[in-house]
Design a protein around this ligand. Sequence first.
Ligand code: SAJ
Length: 427
Amino acid sequence: MKITVAGLGYIGLPTAAMLAESGHDVVGYDINKKLIANLASGRVELAEHGVRDLAQRALESGRLHPSPMPFPSDAFIICVPTPTIEHRPDLRAVEAAFASIAPLVQDGNLIMLESTVPPGTTLAVAERTFRALGRDLDAIHLAHCPERVLPGKIVDELLWNDRIIGGRRPIDAEMARAVYATFARGDIHLTDLVTAETVKIVENAYRDVNIAFANELATLAESLGIDVWKTIQLANCHPRVDILAPGPGVGGNCIPVDAQFLADANPFASELIRAARRVNERMPNLVTNIVRELAPADARKIVLLGAAYKADVEDTRATPARAIESLLQGFGYDVAVYDPLVTEYPGNLVSDLDAALHDADVLVLVTDHAAIRQLDPQYVAARVRRRFLVDARNAAVIEDWNAAGFVVHVLGRGRFQSAATEALAAC
Ligand code: SAJ
């Protein structure tokens, strides 16, 4: 089959590469000319090495053709981002992708949207686009096949996760199944467009609510004087309890955004989802308040260890590090943010570890990258001014940090009652 994949981001590129590896002739189309030029010369600049290797192989096979424009194809897969602007979904990239491929779509072709969108979007955008061209939607096939892979495990999950495919008509879903079945080894479940759109955002909202429960327990633990980590570990021994981990907040471009899509669908019927968002959004306040309580009165410089939104990725979108940095700056501290994986971050990123640690009064472990877990406390102790560590991920080996002279507080290990009370009052 000839397939155009529109949008070569962290989903589109590996999907295009998988399809090429399965024998399809794939055009990888993106509006980012620099990205296309890099790919065309065989350069894949991605931190996730599984995706890098897969894309490199596909390019070398000659079956993946990077292109700054789409080409006529049997099938089109759209994988463009859907961010939010002031909590409203920004669908411009989806609309632009439909508009750019529509003139090339012939009767009998198949269009599949992978981008996460509010329920009803796939049909509404397709209808608008094709009506404007005087075309009949019945003559083409339309499906929504939401991506569901976890950054950090993309190749594995592309292969093995089940897929949900919603078709405008059953035949459309069947046709999309035939495309995905060429590489996906998980089960493929067929449904209608709106159900598929809803399932995807429900999955991410479910995770947001579960993390919010863990974060609420961490806040409670600070005020009750108990250890949230031990409590969750023991509660999870129950066969029907599976609480996720507390942390400094829920970042990334997926979970916070998608939970909001669902809440927006009906604000009156989504109290739990909106409450969970609030609980997660105030975690940077709790971490900041703990830092302020732990820090000595004359502390000046705070160092955040980790800028990425989660471990072992280089993505900083909606990272809690940025919120903690701004809050601490608002209290007059100098803040340096160290991250060995990150190159793009809107705050004060200091990529040299020694420069970041120089003169530091308090360290805050924000992202549990392997490289941060493996920092040698003795090495760090020799470079800072004062030895205080707030661990917002329960990732540090406390005995080692204590042995190096650090006072350590792990988020949710009940000690900072007033920090918890103030965080609640601030949000
Ligand atoms: N987090 C916690 N505690 C936890 C788990 C995560 O605080 O126990 C935080 C992380 O540190 C991070 C945020 O939540 O800041 C989100 O991380 P994540 O690993 O839960 O999810 P994402 O955003 O990287 O990927 C999610 C996945 N969705 C689900 O697991 C339901 C992925 O499968 C989706 O494909 C992806 O969103 C997406 O693109 O929608």
